[in-house]
Design a protein around this ligand. Structure first.
Ligand SMILES: [Zn+2]
Length: 89
């Protein structure tokens, strides 16, 4: 066993694990995942969840899809010829 004491041996915070799942964790902290089985297990689980979530949002467009469509669809205002505000013009 080659156990070199690392300067940064703190376990990863939930935020750091999220960064790792996104591939944005700084290399210095990434080393810890390689060394720490507990963090690796948590991180792998987080990444799996992250991927499932990404799939879920892809296959469930109703999250915000309706809002996006409604933002584009403008309900016509009642401004037809029957609603002239100035009949004397
Ligand atoms: Zn750890």
């Amino acid at each position: 066993m080659n156990s070199t004491p690392l300067s940064d041996i703190r376990h990863l915070t939930p935020d750091e694990i999220e960064l790792w799942a996104e591939g944005l964790l700084p290399a210095a902290r990434d080393v810890h995942i390689g060394e720490c089985a507990a963090c690796r297990t948590t991180a792998e689980r987080e990444r799996k969840l992250f991927r499932e979530l990404a799939h879920l949002t892809r296959f469930a467009p109703e999250f915000g899809f309706v809002e996006r469509v409604m933002a584009k669809v403008k309900i016509p205002a009642p401004s037809g010829p029957h609603f002239r505000s100035d009949p004397d013009a």
